[in-house]
Design a protein around this ligand. Sequence first.
Ligand code: NAD
Length: 358
Amino acid sequence: MQYKIALLKGDGIGPEIIDSAVSVMECIGAKFGHDFQFTPYLIGGAAIDALGIPLPQETIDGCLASDSVMLGAVGGPKWDHLSGEQRPERALLGIRAALGLYTNLRPAKLFPALRGASPLRADLVAAGFDIMIVRELTGGIYFGERGYRTGKYGEEAYDTEAYSVTEIERIGRAAFEIAMKRSKRLASVDKANVLETSRLWRKTMHRLAEEYPEVAYQDLFVDNAAMQLVRDPQQFDVIVTSNMFGDILSDEASQLTGSIGMLASASLGDTTRGMYEPIHGSAPDISGQNKANPIATILSAAMMLRYAFGFSAEAQCIEDAVDAVLAAGFRTADIIGDSEASACSCTEMTAEILKAIG
Ligand code: NAD
């Protein structure tokens, strides 16, 4: 059977890290006998340069016609002068909406070998942590009405947040189902002491919690959650939250694992297609220098194998290879931490992972 995968390499380090992930997928395909076919499509700054828009219709159509989608990252200083709708980053919101991807899974797991790269004190990470952040992806303030107007102090800008019961219910249900498959602990993060959308969020989550009596459920305000994550990350298993809170908390959690270059993500909707991408951006400061950590993208490929195609053994093979390579002491510059290793390049790290896969 052939699996069609759309590749959205994007900008900055996007092409470098996607090339790494593709070589790992090809290696897995050869080892397990799968035929993965990759087709590149333009997105972000690369699409603006070629066609004048960040998300061409051909890209959307190509993704819709594929079995799964892999994204690198978009954006960079070259396009920073552009206004809102024309910026490369608008393509992210557009492709997520076009593919109906409302559930974003962001696992923040500390690999044992990287304890020394975590900014937290050794005693706080001694037992490790493995958190699944479930972020709502197509609603909330990133998709609300926005604009400029004249206010009390003259010109002002505004962004608005809206959440429907339907949107909260579907992300809530996804989170409860994930919690049921893990350790049956779920923390819902909101700002219900201030925001009306958060009060509806909390009320809806409480109703769902009654359907899942086996899940130990708790509410947290987002400011407390941000603090608890650095105080004791191990207390969390599954966290569910809104679009913007999830964006911020997952970057915080990523750093606890050693580097943002370690965190994978899966964006899912009602079909099996999904889109798989690292949580970091296009890292213009290291782009074109072969310095990027490819692990977040390689682990995103593992998530694709597991969620889009149901290939658990293949996904585990990649995760074990990453674990083994880190345990053997290989480090890209971002995860050197207190290790004595000298930094390896993006291509060297990829080659080690390929070797470990066999
Ligand atoms: P960033 O994630 O690109 O970089 C933040 C820092 O982390 C930088 O120092 C970078 O070098 C480092 N970093 C990120 N990924 C790394 C990796 N794989 N290996 C080693 N180091 C890594 O965030 P930023 O600097 O705020 O944004 C840069 C551009 O990326 C902006 O245009 C932003 O809008 C865009 N962006 C895109 C996405 C996306 O495409 N999903 C997400 C976030 C930001």
